[in-house]
Design a protein around this ligand. Structure first.
Ligand code: 6AU
Length: 276
C-alpha cells in the first residue's frame, strides 16, 4: 500500500540486489525484522512452530541436516509443507548450511537428494573461506547468499583475524557478485549502513543478519554469546535479528508470546535506527 511505499522511498540507500529488496519489503509490510532460527529436533516440530509464529517473522532459518527424519518420504513432505508455510505467511526460508568448499563440491551439496536444498531454500549461508569462485554455483541456482563475516561464538576466527570481515566484503565487490549477495551474518557493520550512521547516501548496502540474540540469557555452555535485541540493532547495526532458543525454549504454549516480544522490540529498534 501507500504507507509501505512511503517508507521504502524514505530509505535513501540502495540495497545490493532484488533479493535483499524482497526481504526488506517483507520486513516493512509485516513490521518484523525477526528471523526465527527454527533449531527444532524434529521436522514436525519445525512445521508446528512455523504455523504458530509464521505471521510474526520475516524469515525462518533452518538446519535441515540437524532435523530427525524417519525416511525420505518425510523429507519430501517436510519440504512441501515448509514451502507452503513460507508462501502462506510471506517469509523467506534461509538454509543455514554454511557452505565452505570449492564451487564444484558446493554445487553438489546444494542440489543433491534427499535434501535438495536449492529446491526450497530462498537464501543460504556461506563461509567466505573458499574465495569468490564458489559464488558462481549459487548464482547458477539463483540462490541468495548470506556470507559469514563474523560469528557470535567465543574465540571465532573471523572476529579475531585482522581484516577477515573487510576481505569478505571485498571478495563480493571485486568479483562483481553484489547481485546475489543479500547480506552478511555479522556482529558489526560490513560496508555501508542502512541506518543513519556511516556510509554514503548512494552506496550499495547489504543487509546485516545478527545471531546471538536473547532477552533471557547471556550465553550457553558451548561458546554461544548473546546480546539483547536493542543492543544487536542499535549498537551492532543489525537489520535482521536471528533468534532461536530465546523463543524455542519458552515452550510451545509461549511460542507466540515470545515471538511477538522479539518482533515488537526488533521492529521498534529498527524504526529508531532507520528513522522510519
Ligand atoms: O539463538 P540460538 O543461540 O538458539 O541460535 C542461533 C542460531 C544457530 C546458529 O547456528 C546460528 O544462529 N549462528 C550463526 C548463523 C546464523 O550462521 C552464526 C553465528 O555466528 N552464530 C550463530 O549462532 O542456528
Amino acid at each position: 500500500g501507500d504507507g509501505e511505499e512511503g517508507i521504502e522511498s524514505s530509505l535513501s540507500k540502495k540495497l545490493s540486489s532484488p533479493k535483499s529488496q524482497k526481504l526488506f519489503d517483507i520486513i516493512i509490510s509485516k513490521q518484523s525484522n525477526l528471523c526465527l532460527s527454527a533449531d527444532c529436533e524434529t521436522w514436525q516440530e519445525l512445521i508446528s512452530i512455523g504455523e504458530v509464529v509464521g505471521s510474526k517473522i520475516c524469515a525462518m532459518k533452518t538446519h535441515v541436516d540437524a532435523l530427525s527424519f524417519q525416511d525420505p518420504n518425510e523429507i519430501a513432505l517436510f519440504k512441501r509443507k515448509l514451502a507452503e508455510l513460507a508462501s502462506e505467511h510471506n517469509f523467506v526460508i534461509i538454509e543455514d548450511r554454511k557452505f565452505a568448499d570449492i564451487g564444484s563440491t558446493v554445487m553438489k551439496q546444494l542440489t543433491a537428494a534427499p535434501f535438495s536444498i536449492s529446491e526450497w531454500a530462498h537464501f543460504v549461508t556461506v563461509h567466505s573461506i573458499p574465495g569468490p569462485g564458489m559464488l558462481k554455483a549459487f548464482k547458477e541456482k539463483d540462490k541468495g547468499v548470506i556470507l559469514i563475516a563474523e560469528m557470535s561464538s567465543v574465540g571465532n576466527l573471523p572476529s579475531i583475524l585482522p581484516d577477515y570481515k573487510k576481505k569478505t566484503l571485498e571478495m563480493v565487490e571485486e568479483s562483481g557478485n553484489e547481485d546475489i549477495v543479500v547480506g552478511f551474518v555479522s556482529q558489526s557493520r560490513v560496508g555501508s549502513s542502512l541506518g543513519g550512521k556511516g556510509g554514503g547516501g548512494s552506496a550499495t548496502c547489504f543487509l546485516q543478519f545478527t545471531p546471538g540474540v536473547s532477552l533471557h540469557s547471556t550465553g550457553d555452555a558451548l561458546g554461544q554469546q548473546y546480546v539483547t535485541v536493542r543492543n544487536a540493532i542499535l549498537e551492532r547495526d543489525a537489520d535482521v535479528i536471528i533468534v532461536g532458543r530465546g523463543i524455542l525454549q519458552q515452550g510451545r504454549e509461549k511460542w507466540v508470546e515470545a515471538a511477538e516480544q522479539y518482533r515488537k522490540e526488533g521492529w521498534e529498534a529498527l524504526k529508531e535506527k532507520l528513522q522510519l
